[in-house]
Design a protein around this ligand. Sequence first.
Ligand code: HEC
Ligand code: HEC
Ligand code: HEC
Ligand code: HEC
Length: 383
Amino acid sequence: MQTDALIEGMNALGYKVANLSLRELSHGYDVFVERQKKARFEFVSANVVWQDSGEPIVAPTTVVKATLRDGARSKTVRLGFIGLTRNDPAFLKEGPKGRRIVTVDPLSAAEKQLPALRQKADVIVALVALDLQQARQLPKRVKDIGLILGADSTPGRTAMMTRTDDFPEDTEFGRAHLLYAGDQGKVLGEIRLVFDAKGAASSNQRSIIQLTREWPDDPKLAEVMETVKVAINQYNKEQTLAMSPFAAPTPPPAEATYTGSDRCALCHEQAFTVWAKSSHAHAFQTLLSAHQEYNPKCLPCHTIGFGQRGGYLNPQATSNLINVGCEACHGPSSRHPEQIEAGFGRIDVSSCVTCHTRENSPDYVPAEYIPKVIHWKEAQTKR
Ligand code: HEC
Ligand code: HEC
Ligand code: HEC
Ligand code: HEC
């Protein structure tokens, strides 16, 4: 569902070219081919190849003609694209008729494809799913690459973002300029090319635009997003209700479990009052409003202990564990205060960033956020 929405959105945005990387094949070659038919843009890759022939499984390169602004000396410029992805020796996918898909070294693949592309294009753009170190090798090995637009495909690594003033030395590698613009569509990378009379790119300007809340949504894309969100939520709802019985599995009695925030109010009235007025106390309502209350990707930060033993499971079984309740920060409390455990719930404000990550809370600044939730003695904060 997400992939279909992504393609619909990319079509609407007017994408021309995309780099084929390994994730596009994670559901198999046939599924990829079906999706490829829906895309009004081209996939390129020079180093995702058929094992038997060594030939790329999609076009290795493509050329897009772009119209220059009125008054420019030349009317059009030919942008040549090459796609390159990380070489993963363990990657192997079955194709039709028993043929297999593998990856080969991206730098050698670029060396092989570039001579032909140079003949057809004024500017060469490499779309790379490579780590930064490899991307920086590229213009050293292969001449004439004008731009490297990158994404780091290393699993488990957070998406990289380069800024205009990063890596000034990269501007010295031939003519190559490098830009990594993060992931999840949360950032827009913009490059303006200026061409001289001979049609050569004489300068470029790079910028990274964070698509924060100040930027209004495009109405058509917002509609695509809303439709897919509702569909995914419905799917997750069916999965959740089918899988989990109403009772949550109980952890062994020796282990402390989650009990919910209401119980704390009895003895910690002041802390409770502060908390109840904070947005932590309605974090689950936020998911309801966004039609995402069944999305397992959202629940860890908008409930108490989702994914942990004895933590939030679903609205029926664990209605006491919604929201960023006390135990989302202080931990499971069933043995508190009866059995005084040394240091129960002792945490400090460095724990805020487990949820207030760069991706989910780009505006997070401790000095502005902490005062809004403070329910402890001020002196402790300064530790
Ligand atoms: C029956 C009363 C009672 C209930 C219910 C209770 N607490 Fe406590 N809590 C105490 C007492 C007593 C202390 C120790 C106070 C002190 O520091 O002298 C304490 C201490 C704490 C501390 C401070 C630990 C430290 O660093 O000194 C935290 C945090 C805490 N409780 C959280 C909670 C949370 C969260 C809940 C609900 C899940 C909760 N408490 C429920 C009585 C209670
Ligand atoms: C378990 C995850 C989690 C932790 C840990 C956490 N937060 Fe939050 N926080 C959230 C979520 C989710 C929201 C959004 C709530 C909503 O409006 O739906 C939020 C919202 C906030 C807001 C409101 C932001 C605004 O301007 O509307 C403040 C302030 C805040 N958190 C401060 C903190 C501080 C300070 C800490 C550390 C002491 C902290 N948070 C730890 C999940 C967390
Ligand atoms: C890593 C933890 C984390 C995850 C995962 C997460 N969120 Fe949040 N979310 C937060 C925090 C923290 C905030 C508060 C951001 C702020 O105000 O700085 C927040 C805020 C929000 C807000 C804005 C609330 C408001 O009105 O200000 C919405 C909407 C939201 N989250 C929805 C979602 C959805 C939908 C998902 C799943 C797709 C999700 N979140 C996953 C931590 C998370
Ligand atoms: C967003 C995370 C978060 C939530 C939610 C939260 N707390 Fe805390 N709480 C903290 C942090 C952080 C501290 C300690 C700050 C420090 O000492 O630097 C703290 C301190 C405390 C203390 C010690 C107070 C003191 O003055 O020493 C108590 C008691 C407490 N919290 C109870 C609660 C109760 C009860 C709730 C729910 C009603 C709750 N907390 C919700 C983060 C949280």
